[in-house]
Design a binder for this molecule. Structure first.
Ligand code: SF4
Length: 508
C-alpha cells in the first residue's frame, strides 16, 4: 500500500522472485473518500511509482495499476478481485497490516484469501502495546515513553535518563520575540523527475477541482530523498528544533521542524534510523532538542499508533464534548480575516503541511472552541496533509486536539485564548482583531470562543484539576460581560459554520 513503501517489510519475507508478484494500485476510492489536497495525492502516487521502479530493478515482478488505466476497478477490494482473476494465484494474498482500520475491515470482508503480516516498521508492536496497557491500565504517554526509553536503551546511562531528566519541555517553549526567527536554513528541494512529472500531470488532469496546489512540488518521493532530508535536518535544523518547537512566524511553514513525518509515515524512513541519526547528533545540538525530537518519534508516534489499534473501531465515534458543527468552508480556502488561521491554512493548502503547533493550537484549537464534530476535523486533516494516515491522524485530531476521546490522548483539552497565539507568534500585531478583547467588533474570535467554551463545558471540565486555573478566572467574569461573550460566540458559530466543503460520510 502507499504507506508501506519498504522493500524489506514483512510483506516480502520469503518472497520468491520467480513465482511471487507484488501488487500495487492507485485507487480512485482512496483519493475520493475525502476530497484531497492535490499535493497529498501526488506525493503518494509519485512515491509509489518510484518504489515500484525500485522493486522491478531488484528483479521483482510488480503489477502496478495506474489511476487512469483502463479496467482499474478503483477500490481496494474491486482491484484486488480483478487482479486475482487475472493472475489466478495458487497461494494467498499477503498484506502488511494496513494503517487504516477501514481498509483492514474491507479486505477481511472481501472473501479473498488474505493473510495479514505484522508491520515491523514500528518500535512497539500492537501486542506489546496491549500487554503494557493491560499491566498498567492507568498508563499515560509519559509512562509509556519512559518504558520505551528503557526498553530500547535510548538516552539512558546507568539505568537513568541522560541529563538527569526524562523531559526538557520547559526549555522548549520559546517564541521568536520581537525580532522574529533567526536566519532559517533552507529546506532541501527535490526537483521532480520524469516519473513525478507524469504524476503531477495525472493529478491535474484527474482532480482539477481539488484543493491544494502542485506549484513548485519538491517533496521527497524516494528513499534517497528521504535520507537526504534526514541528513539535512540533523545537520542544520536540529540544534534549534527544541527551543522553537512551539513558536510560529507568519509566512514560515517549516521553521526548525524536521518535516520528516511524510517519509516516515510512508515508511521511506524507519523510526529507529531516524532516532539513531538524531542521537549521532552531527551538529552538536543541545540535549533539549535531541530529547524533544526522540520523544516525538519513540514516545508520541508509537503511543498514538498503539491507542488507535487498541480502541478502534469505536474510537472513531467518540465525541466526549458533544460537538456537532461542520468544519468551516474557509478551512479549504484560507478566506478568513483571522490572520493566524489564514496563515496556517495557507501553509496547509500550498504545502499540504503545517507544523505541529499550528495544527494543534491554531487549526485544531479553533475547531475545538467552535464545537466542530471531532471526526470531521479528522476527515479534514486526512484530506489536506501529505503525512496523514488514519492511525496517526485520528488520535491526534479527534483525541488530542478535539478532546473527543474524553481524555485518552490528553488529560485536558488544548484550549487557550488569543493571548497564547499572541505570545507564540507575530500574527496578532497584524490582525484586525485584538487578542485581549472578548467582546465587541475587534474581539479576537479565539478569545471570545475560549470563554464561551469554558462556560459551555463547565459541568464536564471544572472538576479536572488541570483546568482549575481557567475556571478560577471564569468565575471572576462579570455576568453581564459573560452574556455578551455568549451572544457573540453564538453569532460566530452560526456565521462561520454556515458553509462547509465536506461531504457527508459516504458521499464523496
Ligand atoms: Fe488569531 Fe486572534 Fe491573534 Fe487575530 S488576534 S491573529 S484571530 S489570535
Amino acid at each position: 500500500m502507499g504507506d508501506q513503501l519498504d522493500g524489506a517489510s514483512a510483506a516480502f519475507d520469503g518472497f520468491d522472485p520467480v513465482n511471487d508478484i507484488v501488487l500495487m494500485m492507485e485507487l480512485r476510492e482512496e483519493a475520493d473518500t475525502i476530497p484531497q489536497n492535490k499535493r497529498r495525492i501526488a506525493f503518494f502516487f509519485a512515491a509509489m511509482r518510484h518504489f515500484c521502479a525500485e522493486q522491478r530493478a531488484l528483479g521483482r515482478t510488480v503489477f502496478y495499476s495506474e489511476l487512469d488505466e483502463p479496467g482499474n476497478a478503483g477500490s481496494f477490494v474491486g482491484e484486488l478481485q480483478r487482479r486475482f482473476e487475472q493472475i489466478k494465484p495458487d497461494g494467498a494474498v499477503i498484506v502488511l497490516e494496513p494503517g487504516d482500520d477501514r481498509v483492514r475491515e474491507s479486505l477481511q470482508a472481501s472473501g479473498l484469501p488474505v493473510q495479514f503480516r505484522e508491520d515491523r516498521h514500528f518500535l512497539c508492536s500492537r501486542d506489546a502495546f496491549a500487554a503494557m496497557r493491560e499491566d498498567q491500565p492507568t498508563m499515560i504517554l509519559e509512562d509509556f515513553y519512559r518504558a520505551m526509553r528503557v526498553k530500547h536503551d535510548i538516552l539512558m546511562k546507568d539505568g537513568k535518563p541522560v541529563g538527569g531528566q526524562w523531559n526538557f519541555d520547559k526549555d522548549n517553549r520559546k517564541s521568536f520575540g520581537r525580532n522574529g526567527p533567526p536566519l532559517l536554513p533552507p529546506k532541501p528541494i527535490f526537483k521532480p523527475d520524469e516519473t513525478t512529472e507524469d504524476v503531477l500531470a495525472l493529478v491535474e488532469r484527474c482532480f482539477p477541482d481539488n484543493p491544494g496546489s502542485l506549484a513548485r512540488f519538491d517533496l521527497p518521493v524516494t528513499r534517497d530523498h528521504a535520507l537526504q532530508a534526514l541528513e539535512d535536518f540533523v545537520r542544520y535544523r536540529l540544534p534549534d528544533f527544541g527551543r522553537y518547537q512551539d513558536a510560529m512566524a507568519g509566512g514560515q511553514p517549516f521553521l526548525f521542524h524536521s518535516v520528516l513525518s511524510g517519509p516516515l509515515n510512508l515508511h521511506l524512513l524507519n523510526p529507529r534510523e531516524v532516532i539513531d541519526a538524531v542521537l549521532a547528533n552531527p551538529s552538536n545540538a543541545p540535549l533539549n532538542a535531541v530529547e524533544g525530537f526522540v520523544r516525538q518519534v519513540l514516545g508520541w508516534r508509537e503511543w498514538v499508533r498503539g491507542i488507535y489499534w487498541q480502541l478502534m473501531p469505536d474510537y472513531a465515534q467518540r465525541n466526549a464534548l458533544d460537538a456537532d458543527l461542520p468544519v468551516p468552508r474557509f478551512y479549504w480556502t484560507g478566506e478568513t480575516d483571522m490572520r493566524c488561521l489564514a496563515d496556517a491554512i495557507g501553509h496547509t493548502i500550498h504545502h499540504a503541511y503545517a507544523h505541529h503547533i499550528e495544527r494543534l493550537m491554531v487549526l485544531g484549537q479553533f475547531c475545538l472552541l467552535l464545537g466542530v464534530r471531532p471526526y470531521d476535523v479528522h476527515r479534514w486533516h486526512m484530506s489536506m496533509f501529505w503525512d496523514a494516515i488514519d492511525w496517526v491522524s485520528l488520535p491526534n485530531t479527534l483525541g488530542m486536539s478535539q478532546h473527543g476521546d474524553g481524555g485518552v490522548m490528553g488529560t485536558k483539552p488544548y484550549a487557550a485564548s488569543g493571548a497564547y497565539i499572541d505570545r507564540m507568534s507575530d500574527h496578532c500585531g497584524r490582525c484586525r482583531y485584538d487578542p485581549g478583547l472578548s467582546v465587541g467588533e475587534r474581539a479576537c474570535p479565539f478569545t471570545t470562543l475560549y470563554w464561551d467554551f469554558l462556560h459551555r463545558h463547565k459541568e464536564r471540565l471544572a472538576g479536572n484539576s488541570r483546568m482549575r486555573g481557567p475556571y478560577v478566572n471564569l468565575a471572576r467574569k462579570d455576568p453581564h460581560e459573560m452574556q455578551q461573550i455568549r451572544d457573540r460566540a453564538a453569532t460566530l458559530r452560526d456565521t462561520l459554520t454556515a458553509e462547509t466543503f465536506l461531504p457527508e460520510p459516504g458521499q464523496a
